[in-house]
Ligand binder design. Sequence first.
Ligand code: UTP
Length: 288
Amino acid sequence: MKVKKAVIPAAGLGTRMLPATKTVPKEMLPLVDKPVLQYIIEEAVDSGIEDILIVTNRAKTAMDDYFDYYPELEHRLWRSGKAEQARELRSVADMANFFYVRQRETKGLGHAIARARRFVGDEPFAVLLGDDIMMSETPVLRQLMDAAERYDCSCVGGQYVSDEAIGAYSSTKIVPLKGRVYEVLDINEKPSPEEKLSNFAVMGRYVLTPDIFDILDATPPGRNGEIQLTDGLASLCRQKRMVAVDYDARRYDTGNLRGFLEATVDFALRREDIGPWFRELIADRAGR
Ligand code: UTP
């Protein structure tokens, strides 16, 4: 199995980050000085992905504008001696082949992924959620692609979370295979403590076979009246083999305020240029 295509569902309404997300897509909010979405695309490209489909909607045209050329701006930068910045802008647009499709109604993550059927065709493909950012040595998607290729099947990424947190995610029934890889026997969405299958939560990254499309088309609306990807994954893992990777990374959910602020602080601290200044600033403020 070789994975060359990725889908980024980014058509959610971002209600947890209002009021900013009334007009700015949450995927375009800046983490230090790059939009969230750019970090996700860099992870996909560093994992070997060439073609990227972004699932968008009528209010999110800033995303396709960002991954386009902007000749007037680049020209101005060249003329004012900022060639490096001009080159950098262009290299963002050249990172991958970008494609877009609109989700015309906000009917859930499963429904958003189903919009990718024609782009994906008959190949396995990756899914990266548009607001989940990872900090890791090996790109998280690469960790999943290695397992999917090795076991020749779908693969979901996740981590162990606390008893208190599991109710906010999908929980899985898993058995160990090798190292950080598990076989997935079942999945359920946002379980109550009684429904919990384990504390291993699926979060943010997937490698799926195209079997998922027929399954999603037949999946009725679930929680919140939305077509849930988790319901589709539960059917897929019963029909065909699926593995899970306990990915080695620090994960940030930038779709909620605390996750966004945590990511901002951690990414700023890691920067060579502003990191030392920022560390002092935080220490100074915390000392007050
Ligand atoms: P979230 O639930 O995290 O995103 O969906 P949201 O709906 O934008 O967030 P809130 O709860 O209103 O703040 C997970 C991912 O699925 C995408 C989102 O863009 C996000 O990347 N999504 C969700 C869609 O593309 N379409 C949908 O209909 C729902």
